[in-house]
Ligand binder design. Structure first.
Ligand code: G3H
Ligand code: 13P
Ligand code: ZN
Length: 309
């Protein structure tokens, strides 16, 4: 068993009307929680590392733990660089054995984004690595870059971008955003844009970033045990399921992993102030992530049993 890239995964997901969950990883418990949940639902999964994660844990540790996860579970797992900002990070990921990379040129002007993405595609494809790019700007914070408003993806520009770059998948902006505070009023996603892109690029895999649902019960647990998270709001689950039944083949979730782990750890400390064994609280975080991933696969992703399809 070895890591896989996203090519076949996305083809099956597109045809089957479901999405593969792409969860951010930063340490062993997060990796184990995710793959244990995916294993219980017999689902392929993407483990993705931001540049911050690479700095925190180091590519060698992350790759070795993900290799162990493949060996333990036998699942189709892709190891993906999330929001790669330049060729230096892309090369670091490819040389470290990642099977998929994102080059995020969404903050450059259009022609610059095309040019830089094409360079990444040429390099990554020569190494058997698939490439995700981004067009349009999500409101919120992406790694160290932030924007206070959405720039929705233009469907005609998406066609031109995909044809000129040869990219394998495209992250689009339809109203999702990173972090725990996505909407102040009602949640709104531009499904008309997604539909137009799907019509103009039939069979082409689309990616949704900023797609955490921000479960209110989890927020309540955080706050009950000493947290102070007010006004958090995510993407409604029915909207995500609608997207995954369309052209969206990859749904990115990091905030929900963070909240699940934080709620579980806070609860352990709140109920057992004398506890100081890291296995007790990190283990509780791991179990909560496993539960979350099972819910995601059964709900918004719809990817249960994708290993048998
Ligand atoms: O897109 C952003 C992800 O949530 C990663 O966040 O850069 O803090 O690891 P991070
Ligand atoms: P969330 O902040 O909604 O979890 O999005 C994560 C993401 O898009 C990582 O690239
Ligand atoms: Zn993202």
């Amino acid at each position: 068993m070895a890591l896989v890239n996203t090519k076949e995964m996305f083809k099956k997901a597109y045809e089957g009307g479901y999405s593969i969950g792409a969860f951010n990883i930063n340490n062993m418990e997060i990796i184990q929680g995710i793959v244990n949940g995916a294993k219980k639902k017999n689902s392929a999964v993407i483990l993705q590392c931001s540049q911050g994660a690479l700095k925190y844990a180091g590519p060698k540790y992350l790759k070795a733990m993900v290799d162990a996860a493949v060996e333990e579970t036998g699942l189709d797992i892709a190891l993906h660089l999330d929001h790669g900002s330049d060729m230096e990070y892309i090369k670091l990921a490819v040389e470290s054995g990642f099977t998929s990379v994102m080059f995020d040129g969404s903050h450059f002007d259009y022609e610059e984004n095309v040019k830089k993405t094409k360079e990444v595609v040429d390099y990554a494809h020569a190494h058997g690595v698939t490439v995700e790019a981004e067009l349009g700007v999500l409101a919120g914070v992406e790694d160290e870059v932030s924007s206070d408003h959405h720039v929705y993806t233009d469907p005609d520009q998406a066609v031109d971008f995909v044809n000129r770059t040869g990219v394998d998948s495209l992250a689009i902006a339809i109203g999702t955003s990173h972090g725990a505070f996505k909407f102040t009023g009602d949640a709104q996603l531009r499904f008309d844009i997604l539909e137009a892109i799907q019509t103009k690029l039939p069979g082409f895999p689309i990616v949704l970033h900023g797609a955490s649902a921000v479960d209110q019960e989890t927020i309540a647990v955080c706050n009950k045990y000493g947290g102070n998270i007010a006004g958090a709001k995510g993407i409604p689950v029915d909207m995500l399921r609608k997207a995954s039944s369309m052209a969206v083949c990859k749904i990115n979730m990091d905030t929900d992993i963070r909240l699940a782990m934080t709620a579980a750890i806070r609860k352990v400390f709140g109920e057992n102030p004398k506890e100081f064994d890291p296995r007790k609280y990190c283990g509780a975080g791991r179990d909560q992530i496993e539960k979350l991933v099972i819910e995601k696969i059964e709900g918004p992703l719809g990817s249960a049993d994708s290993m048998s399809k």
